[in-house]
Write a protein that binds this ligand. Structure first.
Ligand SMILES: [Mn+2]
Length: 327
């Protein structure tokens, strides 16, 4: 079973790849720039350039005996979500990347359909175990100091129209390339009937929302990034049932394996071993539905030195559960 983590492709990439390989991480995800010319050092405006970029990244990871398995289109791409000028250029870029992934045998593209990063949709962190603080959301505290609203406001109907336009353009290309798209839930997930946070409607916030989105472009390539944290935070969702339900539909493309305490309107992102979710039971549910990974690291508590400490703690915890459950 595969454990995955994200690599920042910066000047420390080689050192970090060596460390990730040492910890026993199996596969790596690569974050895409927000458009073909978003990175001034990298012109990705042609199919050939995308092919070369993906091939090179794959070889760099393979040199450390790991696999490049996921491409993240999770930051930016606001034109696609808003349906504004420049949308078709961004979609064409993603189509080129998906074709390049197909050529290189990289099976997953992760994305989301929210305009505002979750870190802006938070209240103050909560003191946690020892030196750690837990990233937290308390709806009533958040409302006292909300993020600035998107302008113009995006309605649910507009967002749905925009995701339909996007899926109709990319899903056929993904099918052809053997790539699966994995849609991350809104963070925080907002129950029906609440006004949108920061002026952009939430269309991936309830578990049922996924069925509506799958129906827009029925395909095995139209799948879910099962963020266990966000699903647990959804009011009324039972996370173990949710794993079984989505797993039996073969819609779980990738998992964010993390734990939380509480649910909307108030939750904290805890350590993996002290949240509400029985992580052994969750792992057993993934096994029962035949999910093989990747299990990916995600948000972690905050403290000095947290990056490497959390990474090592999470990988060890996940590997132990995998060895206990998948046998
Ligand atoms: Mn997540």
């Amino acid at each position: 079973m595969l454990i995955q983590d994200k690599l920042l492709w910066d000047t420390h990439a080689e050192k970090n790849l060596a460390l990730m390989s040492t910890l026993g991480i199996d596969c790596i995800s690569l974050e895409l720039p927000d458009g073909p010319r978003a990175n001034p050092l990298l012109d990705l405006s042609t199919q050939d350039a995308c092919n070369a970029f993906i091939r090179k990244a794959k070889a760099q990871v393979a040199a450390h005996k790991m696999e490049l398995r996921t491409v993240l289109a999770t930051s930016g791409f606001a034109e696609i979500k808003r349906g504004t000028a420049g949308r078709d250029e961004k979609i064409a870029f993603l189509q080129n990347v998906i074709r390049a992934m197909g050529e290189a045998g990289i099976p997953i593209m992760a994305y989301n359909f929210k305009l505002i990063l979750s870190k802006y949709l938070r209240s103050a962190a909560t003191p946690g175990r020892g030196l750690a603080n837990y990233i937290s959301f308390d709806y009533h505290e958040y409302l006292k100091k909300p993020a600035p609203a998107e302008n113009p406001t995006l309605s649910e109907a507009q967002m749905l129209e925009n995701i339909a336009y996007f899926l109709k353009a990319v899903i056929p290309v993904a099918e052809q390339a053997g790539v699966r798209l994995a849609l991350h839930p809104d963070d925080p997930p907002m129950p029906r009937g609440y006004p949108p946070l920061a002026g952009s409607a939430h269309i991936v916030s309830r578990f049922d929302d996924y069925h509506r989105i799958f129906d827009l472009a029925p395909s095995r390539s139209n799948g879910m990034l099962f963020c266990q944290g966000c699903v647990t935070e959804m009011q009324g969702a039972d996370v173990y049932d949710a794993i079984r339900h989505m797993g039996e539909l073969d819609k779980i493309v990738m998992v964010h394996f993390r734990n939380v305490r509480g649910e909307f309107p108030k939750f904290q992102e805890t350590f993996v071993d002290n949240g509400d979710v029985d992580m052994l039971r969750a792992m057993q549910a993934y096994r029962d539905v035949g999910f093989k990974g990747p299990f990916s690291l995600d948000h972690s508590p905050l403290f000095a030195g947290s990056d490497i400490a959390n990474q090592a703690f999470m990988v060890g915890y996940m590997r132990a559960l995998i060895q206990a459950v998948y046998r």
